[in-house]
Design a protein around this ligand. Sequence first.
Ligand code: AQP
Length: 351
Amino acid sequence: EPRVFSGVQPTGNLHLGNYLGAIKQFVKLQDSFPCLYCVVDLHAITVPQNPVELENAIRDIAAAYLAAGIDPKKHIIFNQSRVRQHTELAWIFNCIARMGWLNRMTQFKEKAGKDREAASVGLFAYPSLMAADILLYRATHVPVGDDQKQHIELTRDIAQKFNNDYSDRIAELGVGVEMKVGDETVNGFFPLTEPLIGGEAPRIMSLRDGTKKMSKSDPSDLSRIALKDDADTIAKKIRKAKTDTEPLPDTVEALAGRPEAENLVSIYAALSGTTRSRVIEEFAGKQFSVFKPALADLAVEQIAPITAEMRRYSSDPGHIDAILRDGGERASEIAEKNMVHVRDIMGLLNR
Ligand code: AQP
């Protein structure tokens, strides 16, 4: 049965990349699938967090989900730490995943920086927890930005190894489902989850450097458009965005080698729900002095209503807490049902 799971870390500075790469897809998918959208607070603590700021950041992400239009009655919005089974399954996956697999994860290398010895064990094991988040609900689809592709591949590797290691037991207990692996049909417990990597802008780049992804942790505030920015700030950041001096070309192919121009065109396409070639058709031969104000107007038009709704939700933290509590209870029910099977499959005596 198809089911969607995804999450965003409550680490502040929610930006246009998070919106276009992830949250905008979350909203779209809710019409077609049952969805769980998580605020992944246990991922946030893989690096130091201030407790008061963390609480507020959790509410902020929930407010963004709601403001973007996710329906918390039809779907599930919750914060990860409330559902204890995430950590339980993460431990189990730490015992399934191999050191070599995690050693290859590029996000760890980037986030740990030069002093790897000083990184938390949690930062290293982050992908096991992410696999647990997804597979705890036996989710089949995960909308994410392009940067998370490697972690979804690892999630599939973990699912496949678990299904293999315990294939006899899964068959004996009759808890598996038939699934295709290559040409073979196998009986597995965990699905081989597919990433859904969004449309025209799967990776939004920094406004200051078209070769780096737009990120919450970039020290330059001018590098990202935050969902909390007001109209003037958005316009200023787009005006100051780095570009080259050439006008826009007349084909998408000709954007190659011009990362900043390509990024702005992609943002325009994603915001207006069209393709990059349409944008190029409209602006071919135009200077950035023409394109940037058009992009700024579009960004403000799209983001301002979300920002206003986020503010409205944030003014009532009690309401957000109630939504997260209710979502947590509903998520726990699904999680526990699946964990009973996982414990049984593995022989962790719980009867
Ligand atoms: N630049 C981006 N373009 C497209 N999608 C992006 N995502 C993040 N940056 C971009 C997607 O947003 C979702 C939530 O991300 P996250 O907060 O869980 O983790 P992250 O990737 O670590 O976010 P940041 O902003 O890049 O934070 P830092 O600076 O801490 O590294 C994910 O689906 C992600 O793909």
